[in-house]
Write a protein that binds this ligand. Structure first.
Ligand code: 13P
Length: 247
């Protein structure tokens, strides 16, 4: 799966231009396996302008509960609005908004019980990488968020090393592949029903480096920030994904 994470970007006029450009490249039935997570405020607009296509529209975050929680979007509200997936535990949420593994676990449960596919984001810092503690760290993030939960087979893990986000630096495709294999093993053995997840990679993915990533067997797609903001560079990555994975 290829997912655009627009973060706090986009605008009502520029979104229409983005849609126009993308639909000049792909026809409406060519969006299978493609998702967009716009800002909450643009969710309904994006859903409406892509309503004739098979694109999935999701959110960048949801809350674990509703009611007296000013500023929040609950999982049931998201589901009611037609949200099919949500990013959860993005490193920017963890660091800028102090989200911890326990909170992220409650959000995963809320997403699952409302029929929303969770895209759990995990990834190590540069310090952790340098201290050669990446695997221990990722294992801990996965177990804290998923242990004991009955997963749906559509659950997706996004491996996003923090040091690779927005920096132009990335691990090598082989290193990512081996981490993804590790993630699949950990999730399979720690979830209640032994589901092997899809694992996508995020962090400075561009049309220049995408081919190397998608050539690896355990890299099942990408979560794209900066390069998703321009419709043509996002489309180029989708085309590479289709060509390499023959989808
Ligand atoms: P960039 O593609 O801009 O590095 O962002 C990655 C990311 O954080 C996607 O969630």
């Amino acid at each position: 799966m290829i997912i655009a994470n627009w973060k706090a970007n986009g605008g009502f006029t520029s979104n229409i231009a983005w849609h126009k450009e993308l639909t000049q490249i792909f026809s409406n039935d060519e969006f299978l396996d493609i998702g967009i997570a716009p800002s909450h405020i643009h969710f309904t607009q994006i859903q409406k302008i892509f309503e004739d296509s098979n694109l999935e529209v999701g959110l960048q975050d949801i809350d674990f509960s509703g009611g007296a929680r000013t500023g929040s979007i609950s999982a049931s509200m998201a589901s009611d609005a037609g949200c099919t997936f949500s990013l959860l535990g993005h490193s920017e949420r963890r660091h800028l908004f102090n989200e911890d593994d326990a909170l992220i676990k409650t959000k995963i449960k809320a997403a699952l019980s409302n029929g929303i596919k969770p895209i759990l984001c995990i990834g190590e810092s540069e310090e952790c990488l340098k201290a050669r503690k990446t695997r221990d760290f990722l294992k801990n993030q996965l177990i804290s968020a998923l242990s004991g939960i009955e997963l749906i087979d559509k659950v997706v893990i996004a491996y996003e090393p923090i040091w690779a986000i927005g920096t132009g630096n990335t691990p090598t495709p082989k290193d990512i592949n081996s981490i993804h294999e590790f993630i699949k093993d950990v999730v399979q053995s720690s979830s209640a029903n032994n589901i092997e997840p899809k694992v996508i990679y995020g962090g400075s993915v561009s049309h220049e480096n995408a081919e190397g990533f998608f050539g690896e067997i355990n890299i099942d797609g990408a979560l794209i920030g900066g390069a998703s903001l321009k419709a043509n560079s996002f489309a180029d990555i989708v085309k590479i994904y289709r060509k390499v994975k023959r989808k």
